[in-house]
Structures are given as structure tokens and as C-alpha cells.
Design a protein. Structure first.
Lengths: 327, 327
DNA sequence: ATGAAAGCGCTAACAT
DNA sequence: ATGTTAGCGCTTTCAT
């Protein structure tokens, strides 16, 4: 049977209040003897207090909600692993929820978390409009956004430095003088990071003869790319795949078609989870650090929960640009 | 301000008890009018009950604890994603904990989960000895093990069919007549799956002239392999890397050394998260399905929690063997 | 068909 | 320095 604070109090011959004080580290007015005695009794009984009971009174659940856009994406693991580093320290538990790239699911996840009375939320938002998340603001629950920004800026946000890192990659491509650059990316209207990645290319090639073509796609499908390449068999384009899944899908398609990299088409992309270098001839890519993003977000959230002021601003975690031999 | 059941009761002009009955779907003795009325009020107020308060009374937390061996491993995401599929349905929340490949951390995670009063636990155990987890048995908390077994068999366990799938791969290798097979794997004494993978090779090549060499390593280091290859420059071995990380590390090392696959060394491994085919020349590997394992485990756990009897046995989820061109 | 009241394990005034 | 007591939001007998 699970022990309660009453059991401990009886065994120790003191009141529940004293035990409670002990548990919460309020020793200011406690005699050293009772303190030691309580410690001994707790150790002997191997008693652990019930967080839910305490939560009921204190309104602090020691639960952190995490909502990821798509849990099957590697980004999620890395992000969670980073968050975990700090919650482990603070003895908080994380509640993982998957939005499955669906606004309805995301909303449900958020409601769930609120009803669970989480102390704070870390979310990789699906919607770019802050308004969409008014219920969080209304509930007064601290939140930190990761990976994508939301307008107007309402919560502290931690992302990669998409624009800067992509521009760096674009700069490297500049020297190779491609006629056509194909940006294969999910709909950019929605997501800030996608816009930045596209814009970095546009800006870099603005005053060059290079044509930058935007190929918007859905659900990481590469059909628009396949169509373009099939329609322009004589061209020798450079492809920039806007995320890891697209990069992988593109690679697989080129493979199937027997197209050689970089002889037939050149390739580059965003996100490389260590495998891009293993693929012959080594894919040049931007490599971000979701674990650092997660850790930073968790620290920011912890501050907010502790009542310390946190600036509502975007923090950018630098990504690495790894140039290999794919263009 | 957060609404309580009392607010709803007042607004609806009925007692808390009636609201509670409504919330728990006990309509047997409820007039259709009050039922409809309560529904309307709840919708209007947008009320959501507090799980922790209810948990206090019912002893059901709707929390499922998940302990993974190493959260930064892709296996974890896939596993969680599978678990998530079923917990989403049942409105349960999952509490992810990382054992970080460390028995002390694992024990702490388990204690944490017990004190959180979780309804059940899904664990990828670090220790092969069931005794190690007696505190779970003592606490009467339902548990399902995944990925690795524990002796004696104490909990329902869901794993891949390590032996069978590895044997299938070994069989394919058999026809290529290698003189030396190097099994690179983390310490096999500890983990059941590792033993099975090794044993599958030993058994397959028992009556052949092929030598099967066990190269035990630690922390996914490839030093033992590097040493062997350096020491036998004239040989043309086939390597079997016991997990995805080792496979990747091996690949990277061969790359660095300029060793060609399969001309200089042949390669194969366990775990392929879709990238193995993209690496030239396409790595032959066993591909397991952690998401299915997770889903199955979660279903088993749900049954146990519901009080339905669940057989204490090992369930094997078939892995795929993907033969490509690396040997 | 519905309500009153006690209590789940804990915390926090307010006593003493 | 420690105890008493009244809840936190919900469920559940037992009444009516």
C-alpha cells in the first residue's frame, strides 16, 4: 500500500504540517533533532510524497508540456533530448504531445496540457499566427516557442539562424555558377523558417544571372521537382531541399532515376543528421542543433516559471554549414 | 481563472455529484433533459475537469511512464511515436524518462514514475535481470518491457525477432563465401538482443569454413574493428555492425580510410533507418519496426491496466531484411 | 433521478 | 518550534 504523509507523521510522532515543512525544505524553525528524526523515518519507510496531491494545493504540477509538429521526425528526438537535460535537473516531468502536422490535433494537445495544469509549455508551432494560441495567453501558462516563429511576437522563441546559415550555403553555391537553382520546400506562406531559407537564396542570387525557382510541395512530396527535371532534361540545376525529409526523398529519387550527383544535378539541403556525409559524394547541407534549441528553450521556460522576467524575443542558435562535394 | 466542477454545478443548477456522473458517462439514472443541459453548460463554459483532482480519489492518473535506454537514439522516437498512437486514443499522457544507459538514472526514473502514480510503465530495460526491477512488481504497477528481455520472464515483453531476422541476413551472406565475419557489437553478456544477433551468425556458419569473430565494444566505439582491420590488411572480411550507431560509425571509418565497399570490406548491420539504401553501394541491413513494437506494448499495457489478463510472454515483431549491394 | 457530505494526500494560514 | 484546521477539485457512498 502506498504510504501517505499521515503515516509518516504518525510514525515520527509529529504533525503532518511538520512533515510537509520538512518535505519542502522549510527548516527555518525546525529543531535539528526533529529534522534528523523525520529524515530517518522517511528513509526507513521509503516514503515519496504524491505530486498530484501537492499540486492540487500549490497549483504547481511540475509538469512541462511539449508539443512537437511531427513526432516521427528526428528533429523531435533531438529537441526532447535537449529539453530533458534541464527538466531532469529540476525534477520536472515532460508531457510529450504530437501535433501530427495537423492544427486540430495541435489544438487538442494544447487543451489537454492546459487541463493537466502544466507549469509551462514548449511548442513547435504549426501556425504562424500568434492569435491562434490565445488560449495559452489567456490561461497565463508560460510558453516558449521553438523552431518557428509566430506573429506578432508574443512568446520567447528559440530557432536556428535559418537565414544566416542558408545564406552561407548559398554563398558557397554562388561560386559554382549554376544557371538554375531549384528550391524545393513545403508551403512557405505558413512557416517562418521556410521563408527565411527561401529568402536567403533569393537575396544571394539577386544580382546574378542565376534563376532561383521556388518549387512548393506538400507533405514532403517531390513531385514538383520530378516534373521540373523531366521537363528540362538538358538543364543542370542545383537543388536545395528545404528540410531533411525532402533532402532524403530527393536523393532517393535521383538514385532511382540514375541521375548522378553532381554531374547531372547538384544537390544541397537543410538538415543533415549525420548521414549526409556518408552518401556518396557527400551532400552539402546546413546542420542545425535541435538539442541546443531544446535546452535553451527549457531554460527560458524554467526562468519564466520561477517568475523571473524573460524577454519576449527571438533567440537564434547558430547552425553549421557543411560543404561537401555535391555541387 | 480556471473553472471547477463547482462552477459548472452552480451554473447548471445541479449538484457536483450530478456533474461528476455526467463527466464519467454514468447516464443510467439521469434524465435526458439534465444531461442535455449539463452538456450545454459545459460547452458554454468550455470547462475541462482536472485529472489530478480526480486522480486523487480514483487512484488512476491516466499517466503512462516510458523509460527509454537512450533518448538520443532514433529508436526512442519511433517507439514513442508508436506508443503515442494508442495513448492518444485513450486520452492518456505519456511521461518520457531517459535512462541514459545508466542503471542509476534508470532506477531514479522508475522511482520518479512510481511516485507520480503512473497507471503503467513501458520500459526498454538496461538490466537483463528481472530481480533488478522488483520495486515495480512490489508496487503492483503494470509494466510491459520492450526491445530487450529480462530473466526470469516476469513481464510481457515485445521485441523484434532478432534471431530469426539476423539469421536470414546471415543466410544471404552465406552464399557469398566470406572467410572472415566480424561481429561488432556492444557487450553481449548484458543484453538479450545482442546475444541473439551474435548467436544467429554463429549458428548459421557453424558447419562452414568461415570464421565468425566477436568484436565486443563499448559506447558504440569502433576501435576493436579498426584494430582488427589494421592488423589484417590482406584480409577481405565481412562486417556485421550490431546496431545503427555502430553501422554508421563503421561506415564513416571505412570512408575516412578510403576502404571501398564491398571491394575492400563487405558490410552489413542491424537497424537501418531508411538511410542505408542511400549510401553507395546500398548497405544490406536488418530493419526493425520500433513503432509497431511501441504500439503493441501500449496495447498490452492498456489491457493490463483495464484489468484484463495479459500473458507474461515474449512477443516478437518481425523485422525486415533488406539485401542491397554491400557484400 | 439527484443531492449531501466525507475524504483522497497534501499545503498554508493561523494558532499556540 | 510545532500543531490545528480548512480547503485544493474531484468521486462516491448513502440518502431522499
Amino acid at each position: 500500500m502506498k504510504l501517505t504523509i499521515t503515516d509518516v507523521a504518525e510514525k515520527a510522532g509529529v504533525s503532518k504540517a511538520t512533515i510537509s515543512r520538512y518535505l519542502n525544505g522549510r527548516f527555518e524553525h525546525m529543531s535539528a533533532t526533529t529534522k534528523a528524526h523525520i529524515a530517518a523515518v522517511i528513509a526507513e519507510l521509503n516514503y515519496t510524497p504524491s505530486p498530484q496531491a501537492s499540486s492540487l494545493k500549490t497549483n504547481r504540477s511540475h509538469l512541462i508540456g511539449v508539443v512537437v509538429a511531427d513526432i516521427s521526425n528526428i528533429y523531435s528526438t533531438l529537441l526532447i533530448s535537449g529539453i530533458n537535460k534541464v527538466t531532469q535537473q529540476s525534477m520536472d516531468q515532460i508531457l510529450i504531445n504530437d501535433a501530427a502536422n495537423d492544427l486540430k490535433s495541435e489544438a487538442k494537445a494544447l487543451e489537454m496540457l492546459l487541463s493537466m495544469n502544466v507549469d509551462g509549455i514548449i511548442m513547435q508551432p504549426l501556425s504562424p499566427v500568434a492569435h491562434h494560441y490565445d488560449l495559452i495567453r489567456d490561461s497565463q501558462t508560460p510558453m516558449v516557442l521553438v523552431d518557428r516563429i509566430t506573429r506578432p511576437l508574443t512568446w520567447p522563441t528559440v530557432t536556428a539562424d535559418d537565414y544566416r546559415s542558408t545564406a552561407k550555403l548559398a554563398q558557397a553555391i554562388l561560386n559554382s555558377h549554376y544557371e538554375d537553382i531549384l528550391i524545393l520546400i513545403n508551403p512557405i506562406a505558413q512557416i517562418s523558417t521556410r521563408q527565411s531559407r527561401y529568402q536567403a537564396f533569393v537575396d544571394t542570387f539577386k544580382k546574378t544571372p542565376t534563376t532561383v525557382t521556388l518549387l512548393e510541395t506538400d507533405n514532403d512530396s517531390i513531385t514538383p521537382l520530378a516534373n521540373w527535371i523531366t521537363a528540362h532534361p538538358q538543364k543542370h540545376p542545383l537543388i536545395f531541399a528545404g528540410n531533411g525529409r525532402l533532402l532524403m526523398a530527393t536523393l532517393r529519387w535521383l538514385h532511382d532515376k540514375g541521375l548522378r550527383i553532381p554531374q547531372d544535378v547538384a544537390l544541397s539541403g537543410y538538415d543533415d543528421w549525420d548521414w549526409a556525409e556518408l552518401v556518396t559524394p557527400g551532400i552539402s547541407a546546413v546542420s542545425q542543433h535541435p538539442d541546443v534549441i531544446g535546452q535553451t528553450a527549457a531554460e527560458l521556460l524554467a526562468q519564466q516559471i520561477a517568475g523571473e522576467p524573460v524577454a519576449v524575443q527571438r533567440m537564434e542558435i547558430p547552425a553549421d554549414v557543411r560543404i561537401r562535394s555535391s555541387f
